[in-house]
Design a protein around this ligand. Structure first.
Ligand code: TXA
Ligand code: MG
Length: 358
């Protein structure tokens, strides 16, 4: 499917409601074409959820194993509900608190739901994107869009148009440019199957907030944290390990308690003839420049005080930084560890994955 000519459609996320802007993409989807589009987490590569010919093309375009299921994106909780075999109080509470937003709920699927998107499982994951362009697209389409992240398998998920275009230009017929994804990491995935609540992937909706919401409704069930279901991995064979979210460079986590410790970790690589990159906080960057850091590095800095918290600011930029360091041909990337507070757990999860040895 190489060497298609890719059409770019720009839709301003702040003013996204005119249906005329979507008509061409809507008819493409109805004609079994696949379309990359922005969401608040990362860009997705979508098709109508039960159009098997189109779904197959998504797997091909990404070079993704066919046994790795796709999340279906919907526009309301009542529509989301129609895909599941059953519905209960836990599902009601979780969806009413966290949808729309970066939250995917996996439950038993209804028998009527038949699609390659579920990869033969008897469960299905759904979420409602809060990004205004994604939301308008799904609402105008009137049915769900199955979509994995819009990267070639194994690469970091794209969180802006440029990164999406880098992977999919010439491979997909349409990309919607809707600016930067606000969150920057993929959605939290929770599975609620056979009375077991499991966190399959941490995201912006934290484990603490999920437990707090359930507790508020006097529901006391444990949330089992399983951090191994990721792209390229088969949920039925969780022992399998792949490297994910990975830039070409080796990723080294700076996990010292003080800036001094972190500087020492960088200096250990001083004699290496590598090209270095650093993804660090403004505060640490200022410190390095005061200390006259002797190692030349390409720096990408996140602001400690932007975006509510430094964990949010860093998460927003992490994947785009990985891709930028690749463009700069860095061999080693130093990345600052952050506390596992809120989205910090998801940030550290992606970082640990990226730092696994090739
Ligand atoms: O934020 C997101 O979730 C983004 C945007 C585009 O919505 N999507 C995304 O999709 O990250 P993807 O395919 O890259 O990651 C979805 C993960 C995969 O690891 C897949 O194995 C898992 O969700 N998954 C999907 N359905 C599942 C199911 N029924 N049971 C277990 N895991 C499932
Ligand atoms: Mg993915």
């Amino acid at each position: 499917m190489d060497n298609l000519s890719t059409k770019v459609i720009t839709i301003d996320g702040k003013n996204p409601t005119l249906k005329s802007q979507y008509l061409e993409v809507l008819s493409a989807l109805h004609n079994s074409e696949i379309v990359a589009f922005p969401t608040e987490t990362v860009y997705g590569l979508g098709a109508i959820w039960n159009d098997n010919k189109a779904i197959e093309n998504i797997f091909k375009a990404k070079n993704r194993p066919l046994d790795n299921p796709l999340i279906v994106h919907e526009s309301s909780v009542s529509r989301m509900r129609s895909y599941y075999a059953e519905w209960d109080l836990v599902a009601e509470i979780l969806t009413s608190h966290f949808c729309p937003g970066p939250f995917t709920l996996i439950m038993k699927k209804s028998d009527a739901v038949q699609s390659l998107a579920t990869a033969g499982l008897n469960t299905i994951g759904l979420r409602i994107p809060s990004h205004p362009v994604a939301h308008a697209l799904i609402a105008y389409l009137g049915t769900g869009i199955a979509a994995p992240s819009a990267n070639i398998s194994g690469r970091p998920s794209p969180t802006n148009f440029k990164d999406c275009y880098e992977d999919l230009n010439g491979i997909v017929p349409y990309i919607i440019d809707g600016g930067e994804s606000e969150v920057g990491l993929e959605s939290t995935i929770v599975s609620w199957v056979n009375d077991k609540l499991e966190l399959l992937r941490p995201g912006a909706v934290s484990a603490e907030s999920i437990l707090a919401v359930l507790e508020k409704h006097a529901i006391k069930i444990p949330l089992i944290e399983k951090k191994h279901v990721e792209e390229g991995e088969t949920p039925r064979a969780p022992g399998q390990k792949y490297r994910h979210y990975a830039p070409k460079a080796d990723v080294i986590i700076l996990d010292g308690n003080t800036f001094d410790d972190k500087l020492r970790q960088i200096q250990m690589h001083r004699h290496n003839k590598s090209k270095f990159g650093a993804f660090i906080s403004r505060a640490f960057s200022d410190y390095l420049h005061r200390e006259n850091n002797p190692i030349l590095m390409e720096e990408i800095v996140f602001e400690d005080n932007a975006y509510g918290s430094k964990e949010e600011a860093a998460s927003h930029k992490l994947f785009s930084a990985f891709r930028e360091f690749d463009r700069l041909s860095c061999d080693i990337i130093f990345v600052e560890e952050l506390p596992q507070i809120g989205i910090g757990s998801a940030y550290m999860n992606r970082l640990e994955r990226a730092s696994e040895k090739k």
